[in-house]
Design a protein around this ligand. Sequence first.
Ligand SMILES: [Zn+2]
Length: 348
Amino acid sequence: MNSFFIEFRDPLFGIIVFFVLVFVIAFFSYWLGRYKKQEDYRHLDKFLRQFRTLPSQNELKVLITKGELSEKSWLHLAHSYAKNGDYEKSIEIYNELLNVGDKSSYRDTMFLLGRTYFKAGFLERAKQVFLEILKNNPRTPQALKYLLLVYEYMREYTLALEVLEPLDELHKDIECDRVYLQVLSLLNDVTIPPEVKTQELLSIYRKTNYLTYMIFEYLFRVNPKLAWENFDNSKSELLIDILWHVDTKDLDLDIIAKNGYLRELYTARGDIELASKSSVFEFDVMIHLKNRVNTTLSFEHICDGCKHVFPFAFNRCTHCHAIDSSRVEFSLIKDYHRDLSEENNSFQ
Ligand SMILES: [Zn+2]
């Protein structure tokens, strides 16, 4: 026992104990630090996961019922979801707000719900919502306008035309909508033969002077001869993409020869040689190249109302719902179609 105490008091033993203690403390603090770091990462992962996964319907129900966020904040959130294309989540929020929200803003929330149904393509549900709004508040032009759009998308043109009456009573400008719906109804009626449709379209055009692009697109497609006979020279630029795609055999050279713009257009395309230059840059380049380089025109359509750009022609803008607001812009591009047909010919 004595010998043990002597060794315990030995300075060397004290140094060993000191180093062991330092090692143990260093070891524990290292592991503690590592564990804490891992916990931090997990916490951050958990925090970020909330933004990747959307709350379920039940979670939303609880959150909205709790009332921690104002109704306005929920409306902003629903609007953001819809803007990002998550219509389902947006619809869930609107539906829940209709159940528990402020009754004074019930009609506004109903309208937002109907509009989201419409944008998401649930036309039948959108129709029910707008009809419900109009049942209690018939003088709501916004709901009437959307109901008209719903009927138009559902191809219920007679019902859409009926919606114009209350809009007219509310002193809204409905003339363009009326003509547009009449033309749509005519074009989609399979019982009317094309020759009757073309005559009726021309009669509508002469009376109203609306929907030049829509009417002449059909005329040039179905009866190019009649389209040229009724062609309005002042509309050449508006119809440039239609004119550019008219088949060579369907060109009316008498009319083209009398119109400077058309002479330059078809000289640029290589059908005739009636212009040596053009004030339009794209035509001028193509006239000077004389078909030696594979170039053609590419078209895009811009809505004058909302400035949205579409790669295809439209008669009613899908973004702002304006009618006849399309403006065509064009640029020079490589003619891949000609490249391809030359390649195919070289294999023969
Ligand atoms: Zn637009």
